[in-house]
Design a protein around this ligand. Sequence first.
Ligand SMILES: Cc1cc2nc3c(=O)[nH]c(=O)nc-3n(C[C@H](O)[C@H](O)[C@H](O)COP(=O)(O)O)c2cc1C
Length: 190
Amino acid sequence: MTRLVVGVGGASGAVYAQRLLGVLAARGDVEAHVVFSKMGRVVWHDEIGTDPADLGFPLYASGDMAAAFASGSARFDGMVVVPCSGGGLGRIAHGLSTDLVGRAADVCLKERRPLLLVLRESPYSLVHCRNMVAATEAGATIIPASPSFYSRPGDLGAAVDTVVARVMDHLGLADHTLQPRWTGLQGGAA
Ligand SMILES: Cc1cc2nc3c(=O)[nH]c(=O)nc-3n(C[C@H](O)[C@H](O)[C@H](O)COP(=O)(O)O)c2cc1C
């Protein structure tokens, strides 16, 4: 069983978290522990509207620093913050464990576990760019919440899946069919 922390930050794009959690739940071999930041709950309510308790995974309060994954001694395989705000990125890049999302991310970095940050902000300031560098140097992987179009996604859900597919790959759960794998240009390069 793969044990993951899924942090839901206060950036636009709650649908990425909703889809990821749906995909993880359908697998049956992943135990996801879910924590929303305070603004993560606000944005989820605005963009999705469902009760996060319906997700089917254990939910933790943003101030619950006694959660198991707030300690490096608990066995977890990694974490994704999806979506990750510019503010959340900055706090993670600078080790400010002011809420459980930040603390759990800090634990992943110190334990050298995979930490994926699905960053959503536009445009990026120099501060965001520097914080991306700092987080990457510390071991995090920045996955932009930017859909790709080479698989010709036909609707919003398919576009969302192009991002979730990359998240799954980097969580070591690459045995998914969320997006066709690139096999080269059909007919070769022009
Ligand atoms: C509806 C809504 C959408 C937001 N979208 C973004 C966003 O896309 N990116 C971002 O960096 N902040 C966004 N914010 C601001 C963050 O929620 C705010 O800076 C928050 O403190 C980020 O911290 P958190 O991710 O830990 O919740 C949004 C706020 C609201 C109310």
